[in-house]
Design a protein around this ligand. Structure first.
Ligand SMILES: Nc1ncnc2c1ncn2[C@@H]1O[C@H](COP(=O)(O)OP(=O)(O)O)[C@@H](O)[C@H]1O
Ligand SMILES: O=P(O)(O)OC[C@H](O)CO
Length: 539
């Protein structure tokens, strides 16, 4: 490798995604020096329903193995462990963990972000917003439409099955041991970064119960302007304040690792994975955007220090806070629940491909979808539709339809949903997006990327080094100890980071044809909506 790596300092990143954990060691140029990745089990305990769980002890064990194995390969290639100066953690967001303060053990399996079992809980709180509302200041209550607005105003989010407070409420209401721990002030609530950092820093011995603000901004409990837990919302959802972790910034030293091969190394960065990818793509100033295609797809558009409120179905979220007390940077986000998971479904359930990568060669066997549209609403639709009642829909099937058409339609679904988000972003931010930086497992396929550019009608820029999520948290961690001169408030300090080439994909289809397909997609989405509440008399 270049740049005299053997003598250099390194920064680690523990990336705990929805389907796998990886530990990656980077040098100052973002070259990957060593890494290890492991998939972990997914639990779907109720066939036919959209329950999706993780065993968080299993995630922690996989994380420990990834760290140990990456360090073994590091040493095997002639580096000392002491090269690792600091590590960052990045994670699937919203996934909700409940553990016991006294034992440090999880009280139940974590409810994963994409799980939509909580539809009735959402309906209950929608009704409560209509009836009692939320108290926005002493004696001032906002109800009904105003209540929904106030919730958005405070948190940047709508009431949805997606966010953590709803999932936690469901746990308290449905698991007697969680209910008991809540009442006894023994319940620790956290998202995945809270859980991992709690363990790495010593578990119940040290009891460091913290949550980072980009993750906390996905709970429905954080005031994104003040960066504090919002008491009115803690009350609204009926939580005891003792459950809440202490809030911390995205880049600071939270403590030193308490066990294993990295004992004594500081943890200096915690960041939600999508915000991590924004940082890893160096989209640090207003107007820059990226989309990460993993299990789901998440397009984040940096809005600088301004919270831009969306009127078109997007989320206003915290991108990162560069240090304790520092001014946060915000983003508008469009979240798509199903992206790579549709590929996984074609592989594991439909068995029309034997590996995820194969979707590309299968889709390339046909020039088009033969009129098939695939609305991948496996657990309802997130942005910009926010319809938990939408159902997955394959439409336009005929005698002529073959597996290639379906594979292609799955890739097109990704592109159409991305376009829907870009259209909303245009309306909310006033700026058009002519080019999109992409990363994540799904972007490994060239055919998927060509379809994205062609259907979306924008340039797609794919970096050679696509571990942007991990790199983002490494940058946060490095910046916390001023390693390599990195500074999140000075984008120019990252000029030497990840400068390897990009591959670009451009649109070929004529605009009129693209528009026609777009209109047909919108029609397909319309047909998939409100299926759960469907009533034959209104069909
Ligand atoms: N070559 C490929 N083409 C299309 N999809 C792919 C390819 N490789 C992986 N995927 C999909 O990408 C997803 C994994 O991406 P990753 O970024 O690791 O996700 P996560 O962080 O959500 O676990 C899987 O759902 C898989 O189906
Ligand atoms: O782990 P990923 O890449 O699927 O990302 C999941 C998101 O953070 C959910 O909001």
């Amino acid at each position: 490798m270049s740049h005299g790596l053997k003598h250099t300092e390194l920064v680690g990143s523990l990336d705990c995604g929805t389907t796998s954990v990886r530990f990656i060691l980077f040098n100052k140029y973002a070259d990957i020096v060593a890494q290890h990745q492991l998939e972990f089990p997914q639990y779907y305990p109720h066939p036919g329903q959209v329950w999706h769980e993780h065993d968080v002890e299993e995630i922690q064990q996989h994380a420990d193995i990834c760290i140990a194995e990456a360090l073994n390969s590091l040493e095997a290639s002639g580096f000392s462990k002491q090269s690792v100066k600091v590590i960052g953690i990045t994670n699937q967001r919203e996934t909700t963990v409940a553990w016991s303060r006294s034992t440090g053990k999880p009280l139940c399996k974590a409810i994963v972000w994409a799980d939509s079992r909580t539809k009735n809980t959402v309906a209950h709180y929608e009704q409560k917003l209509g009836e009692t509302g939320i108290q926005v200041s002493p004696g001032i209550w906002k109800k009904e439409k105003e209540g929904v607005e106030a919730l958005r105003e405070i948190t940047g989010l709508p009431l949805s099955t997606y966010f953590s407070a709803i999932k936690l409420r469901w746990m308290i209401d449905n698991y007697p041991n969680v209910f008991k721990a809540h009442n006894a002030d023994d319940l620790c609530f956290g998202t995945i970064e809270s859980w991992i950092v709690y363990n790495l820093l010593g578990g119940p011995k040290t009891n460091i119960h913290i949550s980072e603000v980009s993750n906390a901004s996905r709970t429905l409990l954080l005031n994104t302007a003040t960066l504090k837990w919002e008491q009115s919302l803690v009350d609204f959802f009926g939580f005891r304040p003792s459950i809440l972790p202490k809030l911390v910034s995205t880049s600071e030293v939270y403590g030193n690792i308490a066990y294993g091969p990295l004992t004594g190394v500081p943890i200096g960065g915690l960041v939600g994975d999508q915000q991590g990818a924004l940082i890893g793509n160096k989209c640090l100033t207003r107007g820059e955007a990226k989309c990460t295609y993993g299990t789901g797809a998440f397009l984040l558009f940096c809005t600088g220090h301004d919270i831009v409120k969306s009127n078109h179905g997007l989320l206003s979220t915290i991108a990162y806070q560069p240090g304790p007390g520092a001014k946060p940077v915000y983003a508008l986000e469009g979240s798509i629940a199903v992206a790579g998971s549709a590929v996984k479904w074609l592989r594991d359930q439909m068995k029309i491909i034997s590996s995820a990568a194969e979707i590309n060669s299968l889709a390339a066997q046909e020039p088009d979808t033969g009129g098939v549209y695939f609305v991948t609403a496996f657990s309802g639709l997130l942005a910009p539709y926010w319809d938990p009642g939408a159902a997955g829909l394959l439409i336009g099937i005929s005698q002529y339809t073959n597996p290639s058409h379906i594979a292609r339609a799955a890739l097109e679904a990704n592109a159409f949903q991305t376009r829907a988000i870009i259209e909303s972003m245009k309306l909310d931010s006033g700026s058009d997006l002519k080019a999109l930086k992409v990363d994540g497992g799904m972007t490994n396929g060239d055919v998927a990327m060509k379809i994205l550019a062609d259907i979306g009608g924008f340039r797609v820029i794919r970096p050679e080094m696509r571990e942007s999520t991990a790199l983002g948290s490494a940058i946060c961690a490095g910046a916390a100890i001023k390693l390599f001169g990195w500074d999140l408030t000075k984008p120019e300090s990252l000029s030497e980071v990840n400068t390897k080439g990009n591959v670009e994909f451009t649109a070929h289809r004529i605009e009129e044809e693209r528009q026609k397909k777009w209109e047909k997609w919108q029609l397909a989405v319309k047909r998939s909506r409100n299926w759960e509440e469907g009533d034959v008399s209104k069909a």
